[in-house]
Design a protein around this ligand. Structure first.
Ligand SMILES: [Cu+2]
Length: 139
């Protein structure tokens, strides 16, 4: 049998203990990092659900709005992006039960219309001249 000096034996024992403690700490830190990530993901998931927006793109064209029938969910914020692609009178939208100001849709620009539908039902929207329009169903 190889005779090991006491100092050498102590060093080996110290290294073994250090390796075991190191591995335990590594796993503990790793586990807490993982737990944090899970928690952060869960929190942002909740935030996303709470703040989710229904985004719809509508084109204002020479022949009116496309699409001109839109379905939205009640109590969920809505963001309509109206893209102006006409000089016709579809380039403005009159106030109605969902929003209270005239929206100007100039050619080549985007106009955001934001609101939260609070009531169920069928809501008409029209250009200020009443030639073109559409309907928003709140379900
Ligand atoms: Cu019009």
């Amino acid at each position: 049998m190889l005779q090991l000096s006491n100092t050498y034996k102590n060093l080996v024992i110290f290294l073994c203990v250090a390796a075991i403690i190191g591995a335990a700490m590594y796993h503990a830190v790793n586990a807490s990092v993982l737990n944090n990530e899970v928690r952060v993901m869960a929190t942002s998931g909740l935030l996303q659900n709470r703040q989710s927006v229904q985004k719809i793109t509508i084109y204002a064209t020479d022949r009116g709005y496309s699409p001109n029938k839109i379905s939205l969910q009640k109590d969920v914020p809505a963001e309509l992006t109206v893209i102006g692609n006409t000089y016709s009178c579809a380039s403005n939208i009159a106030p109605n039960k969902l929003w209270s100001d005239t929206k100007i849709i100039s050619f080549g620009n985007k106009t955001e219309i934001s609101f939260t539908p609070k009531d169920l039902g069928s809501f008409q929207f029209e250009c200020t001249g009443g030639l073109f329009g559409g309907v928003i169903e709140v379900v």
